[in-house]
Design a protein around this ligand. Structure first.
Ligand SMILES: Nc1ncnc2c1ncn2[C@@H]1O[C@H](COP(=O)(O)OP(=O)(O)OP(=O)(O)O)[C@@H](O)[C@H]1O
Ligand SMILES: [Mg+2]
Length: 310
């Protein structure tokens, strides 16, 4: 970062008053609910579910921001046919405000494009990071939910988003490989002392019964082996409409009449809306502050595999 950029951010933090990080840590501020959508194994349907679930919530009257946090292969924008003009990096550089990088999606959904260069962001000095985090205040006021679509696996640049979220929605498929990796991810959250909600969605199931059976097994294993309470929140059936929608760069929940996967997403949305609001998460600012802290700690612990972490 250049001296000019650093000055810009320092000016910003002075304007914000400085004490924000402390307020966030104490959980004093309210704001959006933050849900991280993640998986152990890649390609299980995280991005597909994140986009369609976000739209389902919007259609139910919620104000939703979808954060493309898959730093390696950001592709929420591809699924929605949106070409983002700016990223979080432009905000750090001072050329854009946060409000400028938000892209409008269907029905009023808001998209925040991937924060590529997370490692570089996490290396910023604490006052500069505080300034960046405090800037999320405006987004907190503008939304009820932040849904973060993350990458797969347990590298620091992935795990940090989950560890910082109010709730983690683990996506798996019924195959043993996907289940083993889902368990590995839950174990990694547990090992890092994650205390938020762990929710489970089994995607691409043949029928509801298969999904519930698989979810039950994983729940039982996590409870027995780790003492972690996993909450199955839904199953999504395998549905060719998902692929057809992808080819049109459209959401499958828009398809008329709604296919099995769309019906399942509607149920999942209702399920999430019915859950209690987590207390003291500090909204998006709390999430971002924790995410940077977690990322730094994990990257320091895990030098060989951390790389850029995105
Ligand atoms: N319920 C479903 N029925 C049919 N196909 C599905 C379903 N869910 C996802 N898919 C398909 O699975 C593929 C992978 O989906 P997606 O890109 O959402 O996975 P991902 O977990 O985000 O992958 P990555 O780990 O690479 O980010 C896509 O081709 C998508 O259309
Ligand atoms: Mg994805």
């Amino acid at each position: 970062m250049t001296a000019k950029q650093a000055d810009h951010l320092r000016g910003w933090i002075e304007a914000q008053g400085g004490r924000i990080r402390e307020q966030i840590r104490q959980g004093g501020s309210s704001g959006a609910r933050v849900l991280a959508i993640t998986s152990g194994k890649g390609g299980v349907g995280k991005t597909t579910l994140a986009v369609n679930l976000a739209l389902d919530l919007v259609l139910k009257g919620e104000r939703v921001i979808l954060l493309d946090a898959d730093l390696g292969l950001a592709n929420v924008n591809i699924l929605l046919g949106i070409e983002p003009r700016h990223t979080l990096w432009d905000v750090v550089e001072g050329s854009r405000g946060l409000a400028d990088i938000v892209e409008p999606g269907p029905y009023g959904l808001k998209l925040v494009p991937g924060a590529s260069g997370l490692a570089a962001l996490a290396r910023l000095d604490p006052p500069t990071l505080d300034a960046l985090v405090s800037g999320f205040r405006e987004l907190d006021r503008a939304c009820d939910w932040l849904i973060a679509d993350t990458g797969a696996g347990i590298a620091p640049g992935v795990l940090a988003f989950s560890l910082a979220a109010d709730a983690v929605l683990v996506v798996t498929q019924p195959e043993p490989t996907a289940l083993t990796d889902a368990y590995g991810l839950i174990k990694a959250l547990w090992a890092e002392g994650y205390t938020g909600a762990v929710q489970l969605v089994v995607n691409r199931v043949r029928n509801e019964r298969q999904g519930l059976e698989v979810a039950g097994r994983l729940k039982e294993l996590a409870r027995r082996a780790l003492g972690v309470e996993v909450t199955p929140v839904g199953v999504v059936r395998d549905d060719p409409a998902v692929h057809h929608a992808l080819m049109r760069q459209a959401a499958f929940i828009d398809h008329q009449p709604p296919g099995p996967a769309a019906q399942d997403i509607h149920r999942l949305g209702d399920q999430l809306l019915g859950r209690a609001r987590p207390a003291g998460g500090g909204g998006i600012r709390g999430f971002m502050a924790r995410m940077f802290d977690r990322y730094r700690a994990l990257a320091a612990e895990d030098v060989p595999s951390s790389g850029e972490g995105g």
